[in-house]
Ligand binder design. Sequence first.
Ligand code: HEC
Ligand code: HEC
Length: 222
Amino acid sequence: MYAQAYNPMMFALGKGVYEQTCISCHGENGQTNAQMELIVKPRKLNQSILSEDQSYEIIKHGAHHWGAHADIMPAFKYVYDERQLRSVAHYISHQFHPKRDEKVSQLLQKSMIYSVSIEDDMLGVGKKIFTKKCAKCHGKKGDGESRYVELSKNEDDFIYPYNLRKTLLNEDEIFLYAKYGGKFWGTHKDDMPSWKRKYDDFQLRSVARYIQKRIKQPHNKE
Ligand code: HEC
Ligand code: HEC
């Protein structure tokens, strides 16, 4: 879950890849190139919830593989070799979001931790919340197919909910994403709202656990 120790060789190699390929969409500072008319705006890399390893997975396989609706963020495994893929993930993580790991740990520490012994209860609570609130956008099965999407997808600047069956976020990160909302983690507007006023940590932990155990599908990284 944590960034690799700073490695100047990888950093330099990754910077080269970034400037050649990624900068046109993600911009000089990782905050999205405003001139580029993208249908889906990338999350700002300097606020992203993703660890270096998770960024590598998105870069390698593309965002669609991990639950994004569109494939504007393509799979780069056909373009770059392993070392280049690892290096550009290293570069963006150290250049744009060096404090990501600390931020995630601190936010988790601030939240209450619940023991596994009450897991069954949590899954029940989580399912209720998911069905009542999250399914409206993410769909009953969590696959991102919902009436909300059908009704709103032609609106300007619509952001598709992710297919949570394919998310690469772990339980802690699902919890933090739901607690603080998309904008906090780098989206340009808050279509994915923050739920911290509506639900307490126990309830949000429960829904994160429900997504982790019942919605997410084990899937092949290749
Ligand atoms: C054609 C434009 C485009 C290019 C080129 C591109 N990206 Fe992306 N990237 C996107 C979009 C759009 C998203 C958001 C995907 C979505 O939600 O559908 C994204 C998402 C990401 C994410 C996930 C961020 C998060 O917090 O979820 C990472 C990491 C990333 N890109 C890194 C890169 C790297 C590294 C390169 C170069 C090798 C690159 N991208 C090239 C458009 C692009
Ligand atoms: C009003 C619509 C809406 C509702 C309701 C909603 N979401 Fe979302 N959610 C979204 C959108 C849109 C995104 C994509 C945001 C982005 O591009 O980063 C998203 C993204 C996410 C992600 C990030 C997935 C990833 O792989 O990056 C998680 C986790 C998530 N939602 C959990 C939840 C949970 C839990 C609930 C219920 C408490 C919920 N959502 C309710 C619209 C919604």
